[in-house]
Design a protein around this ligand. Structure first.
Ligand SMILES: C[S@@+](CC[C@H](N)C(=O)[O-])C[C@H]1O[C@@H](n2cnc3c(N)ncnc32)[C@H](O)[C@@H]1O
Length: 286
């Protein structure tokens, strides 16, 4: 058990070190001023590499229910590649990343190539991949930022490229509880959109489930973790001590980025437990 835990920690800190090596100029939206950058790229510019609401802990819990060894895996929106490294370390028989951002494709392409895979620049709603060509699709922190129609198009595309019985692992932002007042939901969406410069539309657990089921999936597993993207404990777990020191130094030396982070923090703190990280593993019905 101890050996397993140590092995896991070693893999995690190796992945953290490698991901930290990405140069600032390689990052998406590196040419934009802080005021106009999307929130996740603000965090990336500060040194964050895990850009999803439930952190790597929720990713690992999710992937434990979606075996990857020997499977053909497609990853939607790999971002800076932290989950990509976990997927590749699991020994899939194939890997294709799909991201609409060309800098992401440049970061993920060489990683994927190291196992004979690739990364394509495409909208996840229209990947160009053949029907039934994947056993597992993984997508994190990318559906929340789509409209209702956009979410359906991407989930529908995951369904199309999966073989019947294939698994789709989803990690997104959730709202809780299921009966959260509509006025609060609207306020959260409005304040989030202002703070992160992305039209974020998180859903309750019941709404995510309904959406996935209505697109031809059955839920195999679901889990949550607190939405703690900007909390110290989460950052120590996800980015390690050197990563946190780098982020703190950048926060102190970049007042424009700091202002954006403080704005995001205020929104996350205002809504507290109403925001969660939520993950699902769903199976494509026959
Ligand atoms: C918040 S980051 C998440 C990155 C990574 N999955 C993670 O969890 O750390 C969002 C990513 O989604 C990508 N993205 C957003 N919408 C997309 C779409 N419709 N098709 C493909 N990629 C998309 C962005 O380019 C970016 O890489």
């Amino acid at each position: 058990m101890l050996r397993l835990v140590n092995e896991r920690d070693r893999t995690s800190s190796k992945a953290a070190r490698a991901a930290a090596d990405i140069a600032e100029s390689q990052l998406p939206q590196a040419d934009r001023d802080a005021e106009h950058m999307q929130g996740h790229w603000v965090l990336a510019r500060l040194g964050k590499r895990v850009l999803r609401p439930g952190g790597e802990q929720l990713t690992r819990r999710m992937l434990a229910h979606a075996p990857l060894a020997g499977e053909r895996v497609v990853e939607f929106a790999p971002g800076l590649g932290r989950t990509t490294r976990l997927i590749l370390a699991a020994g899939p028989s194939g890997y294709v990343g799909v991201d609409r951002d060309e800098q992401v494709v440049d970061i993920i392409g060489p990683l994927a190539a190291s196992v004979g895979g690739s990364c394509v620049r495409a909208d996840a709603a229209d990947t160009g991949l053949p029907d039934g060509s994947a056993d597992v699709v993984v997508g994190e922190a990318m559906l929340t930022m789509q409209s209702e129609r956009g979410k359906r198009a991407i989930i529908g595309e995951a369904h199309r490229i999966l073989r019947p019985g294939g698994l789709y692992a989803v990690h997104e932002m959730g709202l809780a509880p299921d009966d959260l007042d509509d006025a609060v939901k609207d306020a959260i969406r409005r304040d989030l959109a202002r703070a992160i410069r992305v039209n974020a539309r998180p859903l309750t657990a019941a709404e995510w489930r309904d959406l996935l089921e209505s697109e031809g999936f059955e839920v195999v597993w679901t889990g949550t973790e607190p939405m703690a993207l900007l909390r110290m404990r989460r950052n120590l777990a996800d980015e390690g001590v050197p990563g946190v020191l780098r982020i703190m130094r950048n926060v102190l030396t970049h007042p424009d980025l700091r202002a954006r982070v403080m704005q995001m923090r205020r929104v996350f703190n205002t809504y507290g437990d109403a925001l969660t990280g939520i993950a699902f593993v769903v199976r494509r019905r026959e």
